[in-house]
Design a protein around this ligand. Structure first.
Ligand SMILES: [Cu+2]
Length: 162
């Protein structure tokens, strides 16, 4: 091969990926935004973090059964605890966490249930997880939130179906 055509091949090897990679990223962005509905938090789902004690559903944090096998946990995070901090559901349940923070940025991390979200003061975070296997699922705050951050934890207790 002549030296000039080798240079031509090298140029192609640069140019083609540099076109294909941004197009691939754009496609991935479109699929997540419009296909999977993943987007940054909007105006809906805002709350006043100083008024949580009188703002439903955070005025009564707890767990409710929305329909058989489907639960909703209304959760408030504050330094350094979750309310409720212990959640009991039967195996096979799907649980939607509707959570917010009363003070600083906290996290809600349930490693065995693929939950990993931030809880921001003033913003309501919703995330759904499925608990199929009985056992205890640790839930922890994974955003540093102060001197006792390491004690901020709770658990989901999944009971075997009788
Ligand atoms: Cu925290």
């Amino acid at each position: 091969m002549r030296p000039s055509s080798t240079a031509h091949l090298y140029e192609l090897a640069w140019i083609l990926p540099s076109i294909a990679i941004p197009i691939g990223m754009l496609v991935a962005l479109m699929v997540t935004a419009f296909g999977a509905g993943i987007h940054v938090p909007g105006d809906e789902g805002r709350v006043d973090p100083t008024e949580l004690a009188t703002t439903p559903p955070f005025d009564q944090p707890g767990i409710i059964e929305v329909r058989p096998g489907q639960y909703e946990v209304q959760m408030v995070a504050e330094a350094w605890s979750f309310t409720p901090s212990e959640i009991r559901v039967p195996a096979g349940s799907s649980v939607t966490f509707v959570a917010t923070s009363e003070d600083v940025v906290h996290g809600l991390f349930i490693p065995r249930a693929n939950v990993n979200v931030m809880l921001l003061p003033g913003q309501v975070t919703r995330v759904t997880a499925h608990f199929n296997k009985p056992g205890e699922y640790l839930l922890v705050c994974h955003e540093y939130c102060g001197i006792s951050h390491h004690t901020m934890a709770g658990k989901v207790i999944v009971e075997p179906r009788s």
